[in-house]
Ligand binder design. Structure first.
Ligand code: ZN
Length: 436
């Protein structure tokens, strides 16, 4: 019998012990960040909060970090407003009393609700500027990134692999978005100078915006939407480096160039090196901003090195590539590889999908509140988010989530079912956005 029991034990004892030890010892990583910016128009804004809030109020062990980049255009009102309000809107959209796993599972949905709510609030005050948003939440080893626009966020894992954590919502590089916006009633094309050739990037008309998603931009058609692409990954205990940067960086640097010019340096120096590398060839042509966040196993924590030489050695060691023959074949199945696990990804523009899929539905919603703005709804007042609620109830046993009338109208408008209310009073058709 003893032999049988032993044979059934498929995971070597050493690996089990290592898992025990590492899960205890490496529960919370150290999160170190640095930023650098060179401003031309003063429309890039950042948010760096190593301890942004706590999942469970009053319990510091449940704190999480937020790092965000807002690249404004046509003014900075939308970028400043989003910087000041987006996190609060995420927190409001997240029910309390959830376990950590539930909290992480509901976060993509909370981010979608918060982006749409923030956009609606700007609409209410007739703020016409717009902003890209790259919003990164780090909870222990789990990184959740919500993005609209063309700032980009990448991750280099400890083994040197590169992961894209954001989407690119430029018409030039996103055919799906060209199709979506065209189907809603906009034209997408280059700027046509009268009597001359078509020039510059693809833009939507009216408005002349190069982006298919943003917060703000109320005068370009409501199908330029704030619904973010959301990606959630879990790092291994070996950690990794995250780089968030505005298009001022990515217009001149490939992801690989950004990683290579900064590898081995502490986060603040790394951010500086990336910005300098980006503006070096052609000078400062746009606001150029970079945030570098290192997620480190606690024992790897190194204070800012007294000399560049020391810092380079320590961090190079951390980011070294694994030797291809490092693990023995027999151990491979049980080894704890430095893999990055993808937990969630969705970039759909449809709210009915973004606010429902992947979760235990009713448990995760305040049944009597609007799923976007959290307005309390009287019985029978909410409008089901589904086009065919009865059909949906047949399949799911529930018609929700529900929206208030105003958020329902916003949803219809984002899907191209409502023409802009005041397009006749706006001169957007003759106005070309200065950037984006
Ligand atoms: Zn609402």
């Amino acid at each position: 019998m003893a032999m049988t029991a032993e044979a059934a034990l498929t995971v070597p004892l050493g690996v089990l012990l290592r898992r025990e030890v590492t899960s205890e010892r490496m529960e919370r990583p150290d999160v170190l960040c640095g930023e650098a910016a060179r401003s031309r128009k003063g429309e890039d804004f950042t948010l760096l909060l190593a301890e942004a809030a706590q999942r469970v109020a009053g319990d510091p062990s449940t704190s999480f970090s937020v790092f965000a980049l807002f690249d404004g255009h046509n003014g900075s009102g939308a970028a400043i407003y989003a910087k000041n309000n987006l996190l609060n809107n995420v927190l409001r959209a997240t029910p309390s009393g959830l376990s950590r796993d539930e909290w992480l599972a509901v976060l993509p949905r909370s981010l979608v609700a918060a982006f749409v709510k923030t956009d609606k609030e700007l609409q209410a005050v007739a703020e016409t500027s717009g902003t890209t948003v790259t919003f990164v939440i780090i909870d222990e080893w789990v990184v959740t990134v919500a993005s609209v626009g063309d700032s980009r966020c990448i991750l280099e894992s400890a083994d040197g692999s590169l992961y894209h954590l954001s989407a690119d919502h430029r018409f030039d590089s996103n055919q799906d978005e060209v199709k979506r916006v065209t189907a809603c009633g906009s034209k997408v094309g280059q700027l046509n100078v009268v009597g001359g050739p078509e020039v510059g990037p693809l833009r939507c008309w009216p408005g002349g915006l190069c982006l298919s998603r943003s917060i703000g931009d109320i005068d370009v058609g409501e199908w330029i939407i704030p619904v973010p692409h959301v990606k959630q990954v879990k790092l291994s205990n070996a950690g990794g480096r995250i780089i968030i940067a505005s298009d001022g960086v990515w217009d001149d640097l490939t992801f690989k160039m950004a990683l290579e010019c900064s590898r081995g340096y502490p986060s603040d120096i790394a951010a500086n090196r990336i910005v300098n590398e980006a503006i070096q060839p052609r000078g400062l042509r746009d606001d150029t901003t970079c945030i570098v966040v290192d997620i480190l196993p606690p024992e790897k924590r190194v204070p800012s090195p007294p000399t560049k030489w020391q810092g380079k050695i320590v961090l190079n060691n951390m980011f070294r590539r694994k030797h291809p023959n490092a693990s023995f074949k027999i151990d491979r199945e049980y080894a704890e590889p430095d893999v990055v696990e993808e937990l969630f990804e969705d970039g759909s523009a449809m709210l009915s999908r973004r606010l429902t899929t992947g979760y235990a539905l009713q448990h995760m919603f305040e049944p009597s509140s609007c799923a976007v703005c959290q307005l309390r709804l009287a019985p029978g007042q909410g409008i089901s988010i589904h086009a065919n609620p009865l059909q949906h109830e047949k399949m799911q046993g529930w018609q929700g989530p529900f929206l208030c009338r105003s958020c329902h109208q916003k949803k219809e408008a984002m899907e191209g079912k409502r023409r802009p209310i005041d397009s006749s009073t706006s001169d957007s058709s003759s106005h070309v956005r200065r950037r984006a």
